[in-house]
Design a protein around this ligand. Structure first.
Ligand code: R5P
Length: 293
C-alpha cells in the first residue's frame, strides 16, 4: 500500500504512512499565479493499492479539485485501487433538497470523485452517515469521538457531563459517555433555512457544579457552541469545554466561543489547526487495514 499525503493533509498522511509502515509518495504541489492547482506525483504507484489523504476544509472547492487531480495522476500511473481518505468531507451537509431549486451538492461531488478514478472513500464523522449511500463506490465513516473523549479522560475529566448541542449530536455524546463514564444530554437547536440563524432552547439539565464537555462534529462559525455554552453557564456548570472532530473555526469563531465562557476547544487533525490536539491517524490506519476498506 502506498500513501499519498495531499497538500491539505500532509502531516496526517505522513503519520498514517508511518503507522502502516507504508511508503509516503511525495507530491509536487503549487498554485499558478491565476490560482489554478498543479500536482505531480514524485513516486510510482503502478499496480499498488493507493491511498490519498486529503481533507476538504476551506478552501474546499480547491481542495476537492486537488484530490481529483491526484486521483487522476495515480490512475494514469496504473494504481490498482484508489482509496480517498477525506477526513472532513465538504458539502456533506447539503445532502438533500431543503428548499426548492437547490442542488444535492454531495451527490455531484461523489460523481466527480468517481470520474477522477477514486474507488472507495473513508471519511470521519460525516454529518449524516446515510449521505454515503449516495456514493457510486463504497464509502464509510469512522468516529473520532472516542479518541476525543479519551483525550479528556487522560487529563482527569472522567465523570464529566457530555453535552450534544443539538439532537443530531446525541449519538456522539452517547459514545463519549462510554469513555468518560458520566452523564450525557442534548439541547434542541433550530436553524432558519433562509437566514441561517440558529436558536437553541433552554432546557433543564442537571449540570450544576459539573464539568461539561460539548461534543459536536463541526465547529464552523461557533454559533452552535456559543449558544450551548451560555445555557450551560446559566445552569451552573463549573467549567465548559468544547470538543469537535472538524475545527473549521471560521472567522472569529474561537474568540466568540471563549467569550461565551468556554475554557478550551479541543479538535482533531482532520482539519489542521492550533486546537488539533488529538490525531485521527491511528483511527484511519485501523480503518485502512480492516477488511473491505
Ligand atoms: C450542524 O448541525 C453541525 O452538527 C454543527 O453543529 C454545525 O455545523 C456547527 O456550525 P456553527 O459552528 O456555525 O454553529
Amino acid at each position: 500500500m502506498k500513501i499519498i499525503p495531499g497538500p491539505a493533509s500532509k502531516q496526517l498522511g505522513e503519520k498514517i504512512a508511518a503507522l502502516l509502515d507504508a511508503e509516503a509518495i511525495p507530491l509536487v504541489f503549487k498554485n499558478y499565479p491565476d490560482g489554478e492547482s498543479y500536482v505531480r506525483l514524485e513516486g510510482n504507484v503502478k499496480n499498488e493499492e493507493t491511498v490519498i489523504v486529503q481533507t476538504t476544509s476551506p478552501p474546499q472547492d480547491a481542495r476537492l479539485l486537488q484530490l481529483a487531480f491526484i486521483a487522476d495522476a495515480a490512475k494514469r500511473q496504473g494504481a490498482k485501487k484508489i482509496t480517498a481518505v477525506v477526513p472532513y468531507l465538504a458539502y456533506a451537509r447539503q445532502d438533500k433538497v431543503f428548499l426548492q431549486g437547490e442542488a444535492v451538492s454531495i451527490e455531484t461531488i461523489a460523481k466527480m470523485l468517481k470520474a477522477a478514478g477514486i474507488d472507495s472513500l473513508i471519511t470521519v464523522n460525516v454529518h449524516q452517515a446515510k449521505v454515503l449511500d449516495k456514493f457510486p463506490f463504497p464509502a464509510k465513516t469512522v468516529s473520532a469521538i472516542s479518541p476525543l473523549a479519551e483525550h479528556f479522560k487522560q487529563r482527569g475529566f472522567s465523570g464529566a457531563f457530555a453535552l450534544a448541542p443539538d439532537s443530531g449530536a446525541l449519538w456522539l455524546v452517547e459514545e463519549a459517555k462510554n469513555v468518560l463514564g458520566g452523564e450525557c444530554g442534548y439541547l434542541e437547536k433550530h436553524r432558519d433555512r433562509y437566514t441561517g440563524q440558529v436558536t437553541t432552547e433552554k432546557k433543564s439539565l442537571n449540570v450544576k457544579g459539573t464539568i461539561v464537555i460539548i461534543f459536536d462534529d463541526i465547529i464552523s462559525t461557533g454559533g452552535t457552541i456559543v449558544l450551548a455554552a451560555k445555557i450551560m453557564r446559566e445552569l451552573g456548570a463549573s467549567n465548559v469545554y468544547a470538543a469537535c472532530v472538524h475545527p473549521l473555526l471560521i472567522g472569529d469563531a474561537e474568540k466568540k466561543i471563549m467569550e461565551a465562557g468556554v475554557k478550551e476547544i479541543v479538535g482533531t487533525d482532520s482539519v489542521p489547526s492550533h486546537v488539533s490536539k488529538v490525531s485521527i491517524a491511528p483511527l484511519i490506519a485501523d480503518a485502512l487495514t480492516k477488511k473491505g476498506a
